[in-house]
Design a protein around this ligand. Sequence first.
Ligand code: SAM
Ligand code: SF4
Length: 382
Amino acid sequence: MIAPPLSLYIHIPWCVQKCPYCDFNSHGLKQDLPELEYVAHLLDDLSQDIKLVEDRKVNSIFIGGGTPSLFSVEAMGKLLKGVSDRVELSADAEVTLEANPGTLETNKFLGFRQAGINRISIGVQSFQQDKLKSLGRIHDDKQAQVAASYARDAGLNSFNLDLMHGLPQQSMEDALSDLSTAIQQKPPHLSWYQLTIEPNTQFHSKPPVLPDDEILWDIQTQGQKLLKESGYEQYEISGYSLPGQQCRHNLNYWRFGDYIGIGCGAHGKITQIGSDKPQILRTVKVKHPKGYMDLSRPYTDQQWFVEKDELPFEFFMNRLRLVEPCPKQDFEQYTGIDRESAQIQGIFATTIQKGLIQESATHWQVTDLGRRYLNSLLELFV
Ligand SMILES: C[S@@+](CC[C@H](N)C(=O)[O-])C[C@H]1O[C@@H](n2cnc3c(N)ncnc32)[C@H](O)[C@@H]1O
Ligand code: SF4
């Protein structure tokens, strides 16, 4: 077993207001943002977790939320300076910040860049005003355009636009128009998510009228065609990029890499190889901001070592999201399980026979059929 590449996830749990479809750990702001106090907690949290990774380098940082772009440039600068004082960042580390178009001005973009952010991910969702309204977004169609063009002109290494489809009352033409408008901004990366109705959201208790399955299918197939014709390669279920512009941070999750997770509710996965029995440690931080910032309790809410018999499912649940073939060697190195073991051989014999996976001497590759029935495919690994 070897330790895979290491990333750092930082969670900022506040938003201007909660969107009706969102089940992320985010809270509408009711008072002043306690940003400097929170940054101090994040850095303490990090100081504790780095003991788990010894002197391994961090290859990417993702500041997600919530709405991290609510933070001032000063707070973001303190956070990134504190991080680089504590961990060694690789020279070309990707440092992404999630931003909401309703919280951005040009000078903030420049300030974030100077603080060390080199990639921005903007939650555009749609460029159509009626759709933004039905999603309860705080920004309008003009702000969506402006934020995308700021990102393009800010001199960052890269930027991403988040779009959703399958929106209330959305036709195929509406969805394709959103994609075309996004493509005109030439984002190196596009995340194109189908709206899902999650439990514990306002949309769950009061469901909006969504497009029927036939329209959803047309949106999916025509949208993928448009993206492909425009030079965007699909590399993950919802991830599209120009060649070489995949999100390295997310790729690391899906390749079963390691990550430290700091901040409210953040998850971490850390391979510990120092002992004679290498194991994968999972960590979850206290979810609510009040509890997280309560000095009388630890930041970590739960931590456990993954049981060996759960590793194949955990590995493939991530790995099979990716379009690229999976090196068999990665499976052995990151899980410590022999690919020739009877369990793994048995599962692959079934998946190959059903046409869900193809294999060569060195790689496994999900087929189109396997991707369409990914959940059923993954059940075979349980
Ligand atoms: C944490 S949010 C991103 C940033 C920021 N908070 C914002 O919304 O602008 C990540 C992305 O997940 C997508 N998303 C959130 N909830 C979703 C849902 N229920 N179904 C599909 N996509 C969703 C949205 O595209 C969103 O931009
Ligand atoms: S702004 Fe983003 S994180 Fe916040 S509630 Fe809306 S979708 Fe969720």
